[in-house]
Design a protein around this ligand. Structure first.
Ligand code: ADP
Length: 273
């Protein structure tokens, strides 16, 4: 059990955001957090990463409470890719990715072969070899996002927490990144990610968690959680759930008000003549 939370509550000033959450994340595999804007997904992820201290309850990393672990000890087990990222002006892609090795360095052990290997393999896995000498600020949003993913991978932790990692990526790079995440999970990593694309979530998740108003509304495997009823409650979304023909994966098709399904009465037809 790498990561779990017990009776977790958190709030910003007077606003309560996370309410009595109990969760145990699967040791290997992809957990996807879904929920509407403002329901607390990012706050939960930041609490899991130790950036926010719970008001009540605790986060356990390999059964040890966060409060008993040092910053570097946590950073060797768990890497966070936040939604908003920023780097100092002028930093090159290679320098950024190298930052991922910071938790592994000590005053007596500076840059090592293992550090170099981790950086090289993160650069290769994210396909950014051509970008490494360029300043980060001169890249497109999608290119930059892949560099941040590389930095997170270079940290070489068993646990990865990703907040909307496919943001800014074109569809081909989104699929590439999701495939990379699936591959990392197959190699034994635990990845917990927030996704907004429901169908991507259904296609890749091993474990799905739906949040509503700071609480866990549903969790389990995709077949049980990705249902018409849950999507209605959690997102207030009217949708059909169908199976795509190739791999029989679940697919959500939202009703639209111009497809003739939602509209009960036909549009009035203008009389001609
Ligand atoms: P989600 O990721 O599901 O969109 P968030 O966790 O970002 O939701 O936000 C949950 C709630 O907490 C929202 O009402 C948001 O306005 C509030 N919130 C988020 N960050 C802060 C902050 N730094 N200070 C005050 N309120 C915040």
């Amino acid at each position: 059990m790498r990561l779990s939370v017990e009776n977790l509550s958190f709030g910003y000033r007077n606003q309560s955001v996370l309410k009595n959450i109990d969760l145990t994340f699967p040791d290997a595999g992809l957990t996807v957090l879904l929920g509407g804007n403002g329901c607390g997904k990012t706050t939960l992820l930041h609490t899991l990463a130790g950036l926010l201290t719970p008001k009540e309850g605790r986060v356990l990393l390999e059964q040890a409470p966060f409060s008993s672990l040092g910053r570097k000890a946590i950073a060797r087990k768990l890497a966070l890719l936040p939604q908003m990222t920023s780097a100092p002006a002028g930093v090159t892609v290679r320098e950024l990715v190298m930052q991922g090795r910071f938790p592994w360095q000590t005053w007596w052990r500076q840059w090592s072969k293992a550090d170099q290997q981790a950086v090289d393999s993160a650069i290769q896995a994210t396909g950014i070899e051509d970008l490494v000498e360029r300043p980060l600020e001169q890249l497109s949003g999608g290119q930059r996002q892949r560099c941040w993913v590389a930095m997170t991978l270079a940290q070489d932790t068993p646990l990865l927490l990703l907040d909307e990692p496919t943001t800014y990526l074109d569809i081909a790079h989104q699929v590439e990144l999701m495939n990379l995440i699936a591959q990392l999970c197959a190699q034994g990593k635990s990845v917990i990610t927030v996704l907004h694309d429901l169908n991507q979530a259904a296609a890749y998740a091993d474990h799905m968690i739906m949040m509503k108003e700071g609480s866990i509304y549903a969790q389990g495997d995709v077949e049980n959680v990705f249902t018409q009823d849950n999507l209605k409650v959690v997102f207030n979304l009217d949708a059909d759930i169908i199976r795509e023909p190739r791999r029989q994966q679940l697919l959500c098709v939202p009703h639209t008000d111009h497809d003739g399904i939602v509209a009960d009465s036909p549009m009035p037809v203008a009389k001609v003549g």
